[in-house]
Structures are given as C-alpha cells and as structure tokens.
Design a protein around this ligand. Structure first.
Ligand SMILES: NC(=O)c1ccc[n+]([C@@H]2O[C@H](COP(=O)([O-])OP(=O)(O)OC[C@H]3O[C@@H](n4cnc5c(N)ncnc54)[C@H](O)[C@@H]3O)[C@@H](O)[C@H]2O)c1
Length: 257
C-alpha cells in the first residue's frame, strides 16, 4: 500500500456497526490502517474486543460500544457516546445485520419478518437519523449502509432479508437527496456472497447451496470481507466526493448476469 493510500482517512472518526466479525471487522481494520480512529458497535462484546485489539495494533484509538441496534434508544446512545468521546463523526458504516430464516415466503414466519426488518432496516433508519443530526452540526459527513446484491435483485429463499435490503436502498437514496446540499453523502455497498460467519451459518444448514451460490458469481468464487472494506473506504473518501445515493455492487459480477 502506498503512503497516500495509508493516510486516506488520517485523523477521521469512523463509526462502524456490526464491527465484531465479518465485513464490519475487516472495515474497522481497513479504516485503522488508513489512519482513522474508531467507534465500534455490536451486540457481541467478546468478538468486538478482538476487533478492538486488531484495530489498536494498526494504530487506531478505539471506543467499543455494546448495543442491540434494533433498539432506537440504544442507537441514540451509541451516537451520543461516540460524539462525547471523539467530538464528531466523519464516516458512519451502518452494517449490522442478520440473514434470518431461509424459507420461501409462504413458509416464512411473522417473528422472522419482525426480527429481520428490525435489525436490518429499522436500525439503519435509526442510525442515519442520529448520525445525520450530528453531521448537520459539522456541515459534512459520509454514510455507507450495507445493503446487498439482494437489495438490487430478488432472491427466492429469504423474502424478509430481500425486503430489508431493498428498504436500505430506499433509505439510502432518500437521505442522499435530502442532505446532499448540506455536505452529507449517503451511499450503500451491495456485497455479493462474502465468506463471513453469517454465510458460514447458512452453509452449515444448507451445504448443498455452496456450489449454486458460487455459480451465481461470474468471477467463480465468493468474496472476502476485505474486498468489501475497500469499497466502503472508497465511498467514504474524498475520491468519492461526487458520489451520493449510489448502491455500489461489489459482487464478482452477480448482478451483471
Ligand atoms: N456475508 C454476505 O454474504 C453478505 C452479503 C451481502 C450483505 N451482507 C450484509 O453485511 C452485513 C455484515 O454481515 P457479515 O456477513 O459480516 O456477517 P457477520 O455475522 O459476520 O456480522 C454481522 C454483525 O452484526 C452484529 N449484529 C447482529 N445483530 C445485531 C444487533 N441487533 N445489534 C448489534 N449488532 C448486531 C453481529 O453480532 C455481527 O457482529 C449484514 O448487514 C449483512 O446482511 C452480507
């Protein structure tokens, strides 16, 4: 990595949700390597502590916030604690999410609908609400929400998940339009299937899906969390200063088919 790439986010404050594992952890480490200081939030404090250690080794100052982000009150507290510690939020990565049950619509449960929408969609709304209030006081900020390729196209096996991720795209575009003139950019990253604990769980239940899933990616493999982290860092960087309201597919060609 060049010196300029290393310092892309020097001195910035990045708030990352779902930072305990997977894409959130990889993005935390990438921000730390790019010079940022971090507020990390997750419901899994033990794994988040491991992310903290890795980010501190890369030179970041790190605040860990244990929170269930399906609670709007806990989201509000997360943002307040971040501002109390660091004074500002330059980049916010709203990434916490779950896959929910794997079942076609007629077999899916109401409990699963409420849980998936609560964590994947309502929490993104709540995060943006409080992050944007802070960014308006700064006159600047960049937000990236984690959607999915399943926020761009349908999928037969997880209707609540697909609906939640299409909802994230809608929230992203709405906020981008509303706050573009006030210096706040809002984008989404749309990963293809990425090798993380979330996908490991699905594969353990349905090992027969692995080959089918890989076949949906023209590049011939699933992605790595680090590949998504690089897309997020770019969307938050000055290099993306004219990019807002966009869903960036980092997907090995999944939606190009
Ligand atoms: N892995 C993939 O193939 C893939 C593809 C597209 C999109 N995504 C999305 O990427 C995001 C990150 O997922 P991942 O693959 O890294 O999985 P992951 O399971 O490794 O990470 C998700 C994190 O969110 C946290 N989390 C879950 N519910 C929470 C809650 N209520 N409050 C606080 N934290 C909570 C988990 O503890 C975990 O650390 C999710 O939004 C997921 O939908 C993943």
């Amino acid at each position: 990595m060049t010196q300029s790439a290393q310092s892309t986010h020097a001195g910035r404050i990045a708030l990352i949700t779902g930072a305990a594992t997977g894409i959130g952890r990889a993005t935390a480490i990438a921000f730390a390597n790019a010079g940022a200081n971090l507020a990390l939030a997750d419901i899994d404090s033990a794994q988040m502590d491991q992310t903290r250690r890795l980010a501190e080794q890369a030179g970041a100052k790190v605040l860990c916030l244990s929170a269930d982000l399906s609670s709007t009150a806990q989201v509000e507290r997360m943002v307040a604690q971040t501002v109390s510690r660091f004074g500002r939020i330059d980049c916010a990565f709203n990434n916490a999410g779950i896959s929910g049950e794997i079942a076609p619509l007629a077999d899916s449960s109401e409990d699963n609908w409420d849980t998936v929408i609560g964590i994947n969609l309502k929490s993104v709304w709540a995060c943006m609400k409080y992050e944007i209030r802070q960014m308006l006081t700064q006159g600047a900020g960049a937000i990236v929400n984690t959607a999915s390729v399943l926020g761009l196209v349908g999928g037969a096996r997880a209707p609540a998940y697909v609906a939640s991720k299409h909802g994230v795209m809608g929230l992203t575009k709405s906020a981008a339009i509303a706050y573009a003139a006030q210096g706040i950019r809002v984008n989404a990253v749309c990963p293809g299937y990425i090798e993380t604990p979330l996908i490991d769980k699905v594969m353990q239940q349905h090992p027969e899906y692995r080959d089918q899933i890989i076949a949906q990616h023209p590049i011939g493999r699933m992605g790595s969390p680090e590949e998504i982290a690089q897309a997020v860092l770019w969307l938050c960087s000055d290099g993306a200063s004219f990019v807002t309201g966009h869903g960036l597919a980092a997907d090995g060609g999944f939606v190009a088919r």
